[in-house]
Design a protein around this ligand. Structure first.
Ligand code: NZQ
Ligand code: ZN
Length: 379
């Protein structure tokens, strides 16, 4: 087992009606709030009005940044940070999915400085302080609500990268499963794929820790049980709650203790599909992961077999991979590039960026011929 530090300062408020407690929590951090959200779902669902009335009732002065895009862009983060700096905000409230919360995390460390957020990603700058961040999660998938990671795209440099800092953990995250009733079927399925992929990334890590592996099997088993039930009943409270809790636990560091930080090669490759063709994050992972397991069926055979035994009751490697592929298809998450409209004419561009951006794992390294084999398996 590898050495590790276990640290997670986020207070998680989970369940029906928890958002009503926002008006008690936010004023603890000051009066001036930067309210950050996406491209319209919070307004359509009525959540915007509900939150705004709580903010105004509790005497907050509200400044807004609207329009964070899926696969969020550093330009939006820089623009929002300017507002936060000029208005001298005390606290940030992010209401949305991973894209909004990730953006808000980086806004929180960019407000106190005088340079682009991207300087953190290139390690030209290191954050020293952050504006306190409070999150309301509207989509179960990434785990960002309780972790120190944020992923941004920089279209000018052709990169989609993750960043880690203990300064960007949300202080509080509010998770009401009812808020996710309005997530459409496709994004609901991509969220399930994403949380399972987070379990895989930690499972296929270099280090060994049997308890972390057992947490991983439990989370995947729960998602495999509740995922199809949720897809059949998108407004089921128990179904939404189970998947929401699974997603938080899948990437809040619980499953990486003693495991050397995870592999993350599949995420690196998935990010390129999002960067080039706007493939939704979870969809990119359900395409790459089965192909990646097929590529590594010998090197990672023992692990895949143990995974199969604990999830599907089979130790057969091929059967395990086929079962995951069938599961992703059953819930409506794609498993081939052709299903998201990416044809053979795009393969070279994808391989080129995989190589240029060194999209490989911490444990499983990839050579050019591996990338070529992978893309064939994904076609
Ligand atoms: O923009 P709006 O209008 O809000 O619509 C969003 C968006 O179109 C919509 N949506 C969100 N909540 C909704 C809703 N629609 C109806 N009802 C609701 N309640 O869903 C669409 C997708 O939202 P997005 O935030 O992009 O999805 P997700 O939560 O999957 O986040 C994906 C981003 O997170 C990154 C990904 O790379 C991607 O950029 N990740 C972040 C991680 C982290 N910070 O730990 C780890 C992950 O591996 C991942 O890389
Ligand atoms: Zn992910």
């Amino acid at each position: 087992m590898d050495n590790f530090v276990s640290y997670n300062p986020t207070a998680l408020h989970f369940g029906k009606g928890v958002i009503d407690k926002l008006s008690e929590t936010i004023p603890q951090y000051g009066k001036r709030v930067l309210f950050v959200y996406g491209k319209g779902s919070v307004k359509r669902s009525g959540l915007y009005d509900k939150i705004m009335s709580q903010l105004l009732k509790s005497g907050m002065e509200v400044f807004e940044y609207e329009g964070i895009k899926p696969n969020p862009k550093v330009d939006d983060v820089d623009a929002a940070a300017v507002i936060g700096r000029e208005k001298n905000v005390d606290v940030i409230l992010a209401v949305g999915g991973g894209s909004v919360i990730d953006s808000a995390k980086i806004i929180s460390i960019t407000i106190p400085v005088n340079h682009s957020a991207w300087d953190f990603y290139t390690y030209r700058a290191k954050p020293k302080v952050s504006v306190p961040l409070i999150a309301v999660l509207t989509l179960a998938a990434t785990g960002t609500e309780m972790n120190p990671f944020a992923v941004l795209q920089n279209e000018k440099t052709g990169r989609k990268d993750g960043y880690r800092s203990d300064l960007i953990f949300p202080r509080h995250s509010f998770l009401d499963p009812e808020v996710t009733y309005s997530v459409p079927a496709n994004y609901t399925a991509y969220g399930i794929s994403d949380l399972i992929a987070h379990c895989f990334e930690n499972y296929f890590s270099k280090g060994d820790c049997s308890l972390s592996d057992r947490f991983i099997f439990s989370i995947i088993n729960d998602a495999v049980e509740w995922g199809p039930k949720l897809m059949n009943n998108l407004c089921g409270y128990d179904e939404r709650a189970a998947i929401m809790y699974d997603a938080t636990m899948a990437l809040n560091l619980l499953t990486s203790n003693g495991k050397d930080g995870g592999d993350w090669g599949v995420h690196g490759m998935g990010h390129i599909l999002s960067l080039l063709y706007e493939v939704p994050h979870g969809a990119s992972l359900s395409i790459v992961f089965p192909a990646w397991m097929k590529l590594h069926c010998e090197r990672a055979g023992e692990r895949i077999s143990r995974l199969g035994k604990n999830i599907f009751g089979t130790s057969d490697v091929d059967e395990t991979i086929a079962s995951f592929e069938a599961f992703f298809e059953q819930i409506g998450s794609p498993v081939r590039l052709s299903q998201v409209g990416i044809g053979a004419d795009k393969h070279e561009a994808i391989i080129h960026l995989w190589i240029r951006n060194k999209a490989e794992g911490g444990n499983f390294k990839l050579k050019e011929y591996d990338y070529r084999k992978l893309i064939e398996l994904m076609a």
